[in-house]
Ligand binder design. Structure first.
Ligand SMILES: NC(=O)c1ccc[n+]([C@@H]2O[C@H](COP(=O)([O-])OP(=O)(O)OC[C@H]3O[C@@H](n4cnc5c(N)ncnc54)[C@H](O)[C@@H]3O)[C@@H](O)[C@H]2O)c1
Length: 268
């Protein structure tokens, strides 16, 4: 191969000097993603409703010498979403990467599912993502560059009991991701979905601590275990970087093999 065509993969994952917004950054998967991006040189705007968690994340990241700002944001409010984007651009000049991690879950059987929980879950998990993507695209489109990663779930693709709003919202995230990837490919904006399996965070702590539900979820994976928030970081870095330059409209399942398992060894 001629020397100038040599494939040097070291630059593919390089995100140094980029800027990102990470929602849900006060704890759990969002916080791990924010720390991970900061550690590879991305200036990160941390967005969440939880002020204490935000402050703690900000102090941890800046304490290590990395760049971030914390912006208290209720993602259901358009003025908060707009302020988040404005403050990020004021601080870092632009938004290269948007990672929509924030989400909620409210479980109840479908036949008695409270309407207000349906409305709130769809508002946080789906509608807020669309509106934030639109706002960030106003910055990305003129620059003809950007990477958006929307967090869905194995629940976006498979049936689970007693959580109709969560499943509808997470399926919606997959559809929205394909729609935006289709519409914005011409602007060189890639839009992908990350679909975690059961991951130990505050959201899932009760099931994790219960021996029966813990084992039921672990044995359903090929790997016989839960995921950890930091295991979502590498996939996000991949999707955000030039390593994924030909990847868009994709659903990346990070689930220990849950989606593709028929029967696992641990269920025998
Ligand atoms: N933990 C899992 O097993 C799992 C599995 C699949 C998908 N997910 C998804 O991953 C994402 C992160 O989940 P997690 O487990 O880290 O949960 P988590 O509850 O620990 O974190 C979610 C964060 O989102 C924030 N948030 C909620 N509503 C908000 C709003 N209106 N405005 C701003 N921030 C808001 C919360 O304050 C919290 O910090 C969610 O979208 C979740 O659905 C989680």
């Amino acid at each position: 191969m001629p020397e100038d065509k040599f494939v040097d993969a070291r630059r593919l994952f390089n995100l140094a000097g980029k800027s990102a917004i990470v929602t849900g950054a006060a704890r759990g998967i969002g916080r791990a993603v924010a720390e991970g991006l900061a550690s590879v040189g991305v200036a990160v705007a941390l967005a969440d409703v939880l002020e204490d968690g935000l402050r703690d994340a900000e102090q941890t990241i800046t304490g290590r010498g990395y760049s971030c700002i914390a912006v208290r944001t209720d993602l259901c409010r358009q003025e908060d979403r707009a302020a988040l984007v404005e403050r990020t651009i004021a601080a870092f000049g632009r938004v290269d990467i948007l990672v929509n991690v924030a989400g909620i879950t409210r479980s109840a059987p479908s036949e008695v599912y409270p309407n207000e929980n349906w409305d709130l879950t769809l508002a946080v998990n789906l509608t807020a993502i669309f509106h934030l993507c639109k706002l960030v695209a106003q910055d990305m489109i003129p620059r003809r560059a950007g990477a958006i990663i929307n967090v869905s779930s194995i629940g976006g693709a498979l049936g689970f009991p007693n959580n109709p709003a969560y499943q509808a919202s997470k399926s919606g995230v997959l559809g929205l991701t394909r729609a935006l990837a289709t519409d914005w490919a011409k602007y060189h904006i890639r839009v992908n979905a990350l679909c975690p399996g059961y991951t130990h965070t505050d959201m899932t702590d009760a099931s994790f601590r219960d021996p029966h539900t813990n084992a039921a979820r672990a044995t359903r994976t090929m790997m016989n275990r839960w995921g950890q928030p930091e295991e979502m970081v590498g996939p996000v870095i991949f999707l955000a970087s030039d390593a994924a330059s030909y990847v868009t409209g994709e659903d990346l399942f990070v689930d220990g093999g849950w989606l593709n398992a028929g029967l696992t060894e641990w269920q025998l």
